[in-house]
Ligand binder design. Structure first.
Ligand SMILES: Nc1ncnc2c1ncn2[C@@H]1O[C@H](COP(=O)(O)OP(=O)(O)OP(=O)(O)O)[C@@H](O)[C@H]1O
Ligand SMILES: [Mg+2]
Length: 352
């Protein structure tokens, strides 16, 4: 599969009154055509900044210090604002956490979907209206003919997020970025929106970057997972690799803090707090919280060690001279249960 996006050694800082915040400290990844990549990490780890930089929607005080963002070979870092306006919404679309802020309260839903189609796709009024209806049906909005004449306040939170997804898909984008699209919704609606995202992945040939702080939702939605910590990717792999053969102690912590399928409560919280990005530590940023840390962790940042062709992790534990340390047995036992449950869901649900 070819890559639609290649991010290479991206470094982003923010100027603040207290100094330079080193928000993104060397991030590299690629996104293949048609795949869903989930980016997971704690609050402040840099998920939103990474994806906003792809859209070139960073705030005024942001600096892209280094790196390339190659979209279909074109470096978006060097692309003019005028040209970005042609890419944004049309080729790369983004949906945000709070669906209300993305909708215009004074315009009917029909108009909000049809407008970009007329603008970007040169559709006439009739064609745009037909496509709007088709999109609302695609995202599973009941009574679409009637509802497209209504305004955002007449919709529930989950319905609004469906509308936002329809707008994002309107121009058939190559990449859809979903930044925590379900966190503002209640749990049942969250599950429905996630199910919708999964269905859409099969129906439209869009690559998806799905941001979440909840590893639990990833297994069902993504092909690959990138675990982010303090402005870096610390582990990247297929869903199976990250869930069933995790290598980074931070990933172990995230897996241990995942709510089980039986309970809604989380079992564990990773002790400590993320580092101050105004003055990140010299060595591995996770070292102070890492119960398996070695001397080298406090001195040198680990490179990405290769585990398989698709699996990489930045931990000195993978160095050939490091002691062999396995993830805590209770986490792996839970992952095994998780896997079996998912296998059961897959067979029961057929192609789902
Ligand atoms: N405009 C800004 N000015 C200064 N610092 C910023 C700015 N925007 C983001 N940051 C900093 O960049 C870092 C990454 O922020 P980002 O919003 O990407 O985190 P996130 O992983 O999306 O977190 P969350 O899960 O809370 O959404 C944080 O340390 C944040 O404080
Ligand atoms: Mg965010």
């Amino acid at each position: 599969m070819s890559n639609i996006l290649e991010v290479k050694d991206l470094k982003i800082t923010f100027d603040t009154y207290a100094g330079k915040v080193q928000a993104i400290r060397g991030v590299s990844f690629d996104l293949k055509k048609g795949e869903t990549l989930a980016i997971v990490g704690e609050s402040g780890s840099g998920k939103s900044v990474t994806t906003r930089s792809i859209m070139q929607l960073l705030s005024q005080n942001a600096n892209i210090e280094e790196g390339q963002i190659l979209f279909d070979g074109q470096d978006l870092v060097k692309t003019s604002e005028k040209e970005m306006q042609n890419i944004r919404g049309k080729k790369i679309a983004m949906i945000f956490q709070d669906p209300m802020t993305s909708l215009n309260p004074t315009m009917t839903i029909e108009k909000q979907i049809a407008e970009p189609l007329r603008l970007h796709q040169n559709m006439n009024k009739q064609q745009a209206a037909e496509r709007a209806l088709e999109l609302l049906k695609l995202v599973g909005l009941p009574d679409a003919e009637k509802r497209m004449k209504q305004y955002p306040h007449q919709f529930s939170g989950g319905q609004r997020q469906r509308v936002v997804i329809a707008i994002a898909l309107a121009c058939d984008p190559d990449i859809l970025i979903a930044d925590e699209p379900t966190t503002a919704l209640d749990v049942t609606i969250q599950a429905q929106i996630l199910e919708l995202m999964k269905e859409l992945q099969h129906k439209v040939n869009t690559s998806i970057i799905f941001i979440t702080h909840d590893l639990g939702v990833v297994a069902n939605v993504a092909d690959r997972v990138a675990v982010m910590y303090a402005g870096k990717f610390v582990e990247v792999g297929t869903v199976d690799e990250v869930f069933y053969n995790p290598q980074h102690p931070y990933t172990w912590g995230l897996l241990a803090s995942m709510p089980t399928l039986e309970t809604n409560g989380s079992l564990y919280a990773i002790p400590g707090t993320p580092p101050d990005l105004l003055d990140p530590p010299k060595g591995d940023a996770f070292a102070p919280r890492n119960e398996y840390r070695m001397k080298i962790d406090t001195e040198h940042q680990p490179p990405m060690f290769k585990v398989s062709d698709t699996h990489y992790a930045a931990t000195w534990l993978l160095h050939k001279d490091a002691p062999a340390i396995n993830p805590p047995a209770e986490i792996m036992a839970r992952q095994k249960v998780y896997k079996e449950k998912y296998a059961a869901l897959h067979t029961e649900g057929g192609a789902k």
